[in-house]
Design a binder for this molecule. Structure first.
Ligand code: AHR
Length: 663
């Protein structure tokens, strides 16, 4: 399906189209595109996604589980629950790594109640007549069977609650068993819904791992993802999928680093981890932010495969977050790294290993006997200094010797330039890592000053992975249109330098409107709705119209740099080998419209262009922003027209980004 709104030429919206065919005039910017000399391949991995569990991106977000603290493992065992009657927390449950559960006993009077309400993540939301899969592990407390009632509740304004759907569950064994039921609410509750479980028999019951998922998850997976959010990801056609972080990988301390082995196998037995974003920003403090690891490495690999993206896991290099740990003792000593290195080797086995291997067998048991085709592995996130280099060296040696087929991604630190960056790049070259991860959360003027950033990079060293970037507007750090436009302008430079830049991923990806710690972000959501930002559309346009090879392009005879005298214009060109189309991307960051001429050099003498489609992004206001209530303020429009000859002219509207697809 074409995701872009089509507009017939002649009935253009007030904003105007980015295209109008007109006679060549004098004051015109000329783009020469040499079509018979395609340059570097644009890597299939070029535009991708970076997922980190920040802003409730996993639990409460992409991971469709609706129950918070489902295993009663939060340090405050009943956090997220409101208990009533005779409820006690026990710690000898059936799941070794999640031993806590809850015992519900009769309150001793027929009119009294024992049970629990769960508040979900910022409430529980459900849709009328949709179905929800409830499950719970339970056992009788006595010799007799027990019953419980499960309800979906809508608290109303007067504090009275309405039951929107309910089901009875009979627990018939003294052994732990999984019980399942379907709930179908009779109305939609978009905010503050609850799940209630109460005992409905004189006999008590033990309950553990209480879970509620919408039946409609992405691709119907039981331990699934929110369909709307995963679909938005897939619709960017990502070439690479980096996970699980970010700072999450490092942990505030080593104990809370991301450990992939805790995120695979049966969900009931995946141990809880603290989420470092729960306390990172005191003004955005979320004491109930934990990682259930229900969305773990198996699910990440599967999602990568289903989106057609190359998986790119990031693993700990043995350094806890260096911002928060200046004390060398906070990190793993260089001579004690072996368990960490083994984790890396085992991860490759989990992803690619034969099903006769230990970790390959677990992958098969989880439902995927075939290899996940892992090719890339990042070692460390935003690490720096000799402490990083000496640790990375150990990983590189071990990985090269056991898995020369795996491409290693090293770090250039947290800054886009400066002392650490200048130290690390030569070190990464010396270690011969395959790609170097660069991060930049910078303001508008930085993005506009970087048009030529990669023109002078050494072509013989590692390739570049722009692994985390977003324009952070000066004094206005939001997902406004101008931030997206600056990103679009900057990305022309990535594309022109596709011989050295092989991957790029915007960050962060997701944010819950009620639970964010960091913005801007690419996609915002609440419990029922989601909205792509202007930055999302820029990423989607680049990825959808990536092309396969760079076409050399000049602006008025000069390389495009975005420098003074280039009228705030940025551009790149590509050839799509599969269609033979030429693709030109132009960002006009100035407030003036610009007449331009696209001249296709090197076409066969009698060949002629026949049609140009233009997909463009523009907004009435630079600060325009999509929100859940107004999701269509900024979105791409599409128009097309016939052309002939070997050139065509257009007006590039002020403050706009346009993709021309030329037949
Ligand atoms: O994307 C948010 C954070 O920014 C990432 O966790 C970290 O790598 C960077 O500092």
């Amino acid at each position: 399906m074409n995701p872009f709104v089509k507009i017939a030429v002649g009935i253009l919206p007030m904003l105007g189209t980015a295209l109008s065919v007109r006679a060549v005039e004098n004051d015109i910017t000329q783009f020469d595109i040499r079509v018979n000399k395609p340059g570097a391949e644009i890597a299939p991995t070029m535009y991708g996604l970076f997922f980190e569990d920040i802003n409730y991106a996993a639990d409460g977000g992409l991971y469709a589980e609706m129950i918070k603290n489902r295993s009663f493992e939060f340090p405050d065992r009943l956090m997220g629950w409101r208990s009533f009657g005779k409820v006690s927390v026990m710690d000898d449950g059936p799941f070794e790594r999640n031993p806590h559960y809850v015992r519900l006993l009769s309150p001793g009077h027929k009119d009294k109640r024992t049970g629990l309400d769960n508040e979900g993540f910022f409430g529980i939301a459900f849709v009328q007549d949709s179905t929800y899969r409830f499950s719970v592990w339970a056992r009788q407390v006595s010799d007799k069977p027990s019953r419980m009632i499960v309800e979906l509740i809508e608290p109303d304004a007067d504090g009275e609650s309405q039951v929107c759907g309910s089901v009875k569950i009979k627990v018939t064994s003294k052994d732990w068993k999984k019980y399942t039921a379907t709930l179908k609410p009779d109305r939609t509750v978009s905010k503050d819904g609850r799940l209630r479980i109460f005992l409905d028999s004189p006999e008590g019951v033990d309950i553990e791992h209480v879970s509620l998922f919408p039946s409609n998850t992405w691709r119907g997976h039981e331990n699934g993802l929110r369909a709307d959010l995963a679909t938005l990801l897939a619709e960017t056609k990502p070439g690479v999928f980096r996970f699980p972080g970010g700072c999450i990988v490092e942990g505030t301390d080593l104990a809370t680093r991301y450990q992939w082995k805790n995120t695979v196998g049966p969900v009931e037995n995946r141990p809880l981890n603290e989420n470092r974003w729960h306390y990172t920003f005191p003004r955005r403090f979320y004491p109930d932010y934990y990682q259930s690891n229900g969305l773990g490495f198996y699910e990440y690999f599967l999602l990568s495969e289903e989106m057609g993206a190359a998986p790119l896991p990031v693993i700990s290099v043995g350094l806890a977050c260096q911002y928060q740990n200046r004390n060398p003792e906070a990190h793993v000593p260089v001579d004690s790294l072996q368990p960490y290195i083994q984790d890396a080797l085992d991860l490759i086995e989990f992803a690619n290993g034969d099903t006769t291997t230990v970790w390959g067998a677990l992958r098969a048991e989880m439902g995927h006997p075939a290899s996940f085709g892992l090719k890339y592995l990042a070692v460390g996130n935003e690490q720096w200094g000799p402490e990083y280099v000496e640790r990375l060296t150990k990983f590189v040696d071990a990985l090269r010797s056991a898995h020369p087929e795996i491409e290693i991604v090293g770090s250039s630190g947290p800054q886009s330039e400066g002392e650490q960056f200048d130290y690390l790049w030569p070190e990464m070259k010396r270690l011969k890592v395959d790609l170097v991860d660069e991060h930049f959360y910078r303001p508008e003027d930085w993005f506009l000053s970087q048009g030529a950033r990669y023109d002078s990079y050494d072509r013989k060293g590692p390739k570049v992975f722009a692994g985390e970037y977003a324009c952070h507007g000066k004094g206005y750090k939001r997902n406004h249109f101008n931030a997206a436009l600056c990103e679009a302008a900057f990305m022309t430079g990535l594309e022109r330098n596709a011989d050295i830049v092989r991957m790029a991923t915007y960050a962060p990806l997701f944010a819950h409107v009620e639970g964010w710690q960091w913005r801007p972000d690419m996609i915002w959501f609440d419990n029922l709705r989601s909205v792509p930002t202007a930055s999302y559309y820029v990423q989607q346009l680049y990825s959808t119209y990536k092309g396969s090879r760079v076409l050399p392009l000049t602006m008025d005879g000069k390389p495009v740099t975005g420098a003074e005298g280039q009228h705030g214009l940025f551009a790149s060109a590509a050839l799509d080998d599969s269609t033979g189309h030429y693709i030109i991307k132009v960002a006009n960051t100035s407030s003036e419209p610009r007449d331009v001429r696209f001249n296709f050099m090197g076409m066969r003498k009698k060949a002629s262009l026949s049609e140009v489609r233009v997909i463009y992004l523009r907004a009435a206001d630079k600060r325009a922003e999509n929100t859940l209530d107004r999701p269509d303020v900024v979105k791409p429009y599409e128009t097309s027209t016939t052309i002939s000859g070997q050139d065509f002219s257009a007006v590039v509207q002020p403050e706009s980004f346009a993709v021309y697809i030329v037949k």
